[in-house]
Design a binder for this molecule. Sequence first.
Ligand SMILES: CC(C)(COP(=O)(O)OP(=O)(O)OC[C@H]1O[C@@H](n2cnc3c(N)ncnc32)[C@H](O)[C@@H]1OP(=O)(O)O)[C@@H](O)C(=O)NCCC(=O)NCCS
Length: 219
Amino acid sequence: MSRGADSTRAGELSVRDRPTSPLVLHARRLVLRTMTEHDYEGWFEVRRRSGEWLTKWEPRSADGPHLAEDRRSFIGRCAIRERERQLGVGYGFGLFDGGRFAGEITLSGIQRGPMQSAYVGYWIDHDLAGQGYIPEAVVAILQYAFDYLDLHRIEINIIPRNVASTRVVEKLGMRCEGVAERYLEIDGVWEDHARYAITHEEWVITAPTLVAEWLLPKD
Ligand SMILES: CC(C)(COP(=O)(O)OP(=O)(O)OC[C@H]1O[C@@H](n2cnc3c(N)ncnc32)[C@H](O)[C@@H]1OP(=O)(O)O)[C@@H](O)C(=O)NCCC(=O)NCCS
């Protein structure tokens, strides 16, 4: 991390990051917070309602099960993410609006050395879709990744027929680098993915607009 804990400047995310407590990022409406077992009920209620709308876009091998949604598996995933955070290789956040669980966003596969890169993945409660929550969360993650973690490149990979997710990266002006064939196994099928990216050089130019549009309070 390039800056100290509890760092806040005008127009920037408020970041609270201490090793023993949740990592919290404040966006315009959303709070992005690492999750614990206490978040299970809210998470499960949304997963139960959103069902197939989510699972058809999620990683799963052809003969593998869908994401386990029982409490024990959830707690296990929280522990894995906490370990990833401590190692600095990934950050998984729950999205909360007014305390209500709304979805998830992850910064994963962080590579240092000459790459300095990571991937972003996300989903939102079906009942909250279409309200710009995920673009807001992505801008918060980009700011954290570039300005606090000093990463150089962020990628988001999307199945081309996922129109809603494509709209998210289009709204943020991310650059499409082409389609990688059979790139990820999604819901049992090796799917082509359009690869969208933004580098630090582009972030420096677009950040003032993106932050004003998605993070700062509206007048
Ligand atoms: C993709 C996704 C994360 C977008 O999140 P979001 O917060 O709804 O994003 P936005 O509000 O910017 O809406 C994006 C697009 O969703 C579509 N959309 C709008 N209202 C919608 C609704 N009620 N239900 C479903 N999709 C809707 C529109 O195409 C919209 O684009 P537009 O604003 O140009 O009309 C969300 O649709 C989702 O969780 N989908 C299922 C999981 C998934 O696809 N994850 C991403 C894998 S790469």
